[in-house]
Design a protein around this ligand. Structure first.
Ligand code: FES
Length: 119
């Protein structure tokens, strides 16, 4: 379930689909918060860009199938749910709703105020 479900969301354009080809990821910043975009089979997933275990940038990790592996301690996270699949990470990655406009602009739905992160 998305962390932001049920809240009033602001729409924030962060990149274009051309910036995140299929099978790749891109870190963007919104209000100083790192957010990771992942293109999995043409669908954009947006999640917190810093690992839920310790402070480490997830764009330095590896995409394998439908999971993302943190490069520091090798916890894997499910890209669809954010769930931590292996220790040492326990908390899921916060996810944010992402849509792609007709012109390819990637728009996130983010709450007003601080962007929620699990840490
Ligand atoms: S910092 Fe990511 S698994 Fe430890």
């Amino acid at each position: 379930m998305d962390t932001t479900a049920g809240e009033q969301l602001r729409r924030v354009a962060v990149a274009t689909l051309a910036d995140v080809p299929d099978g790749t990821m891109l870190m963007v910043q919104v209000d100083g918060t790192d957010i990771l975009l992942v293109n999995l089979d043409g669908v954009i997933h947006a999640m917190q860009g810093i690992c839920s275990h310790e402070y480490f940038e997830l764009d330095k990790g590896f995409l394998t199938g439908d999971s993302l592996t943190c490069a520091l301690h090798l916890s894997r996270f499910d890209l669809e749910t954010g769930e931590a699949l292996d220790p040492p990470a326990e908390l899921p990655l916060a996810r944010y709703p992402a849509t792609v406009e007709a012109d390819g602009t990637i728009v996130l739905g983010l709450p007003e105020g601080p962007i929620p992160i699990n840490e």
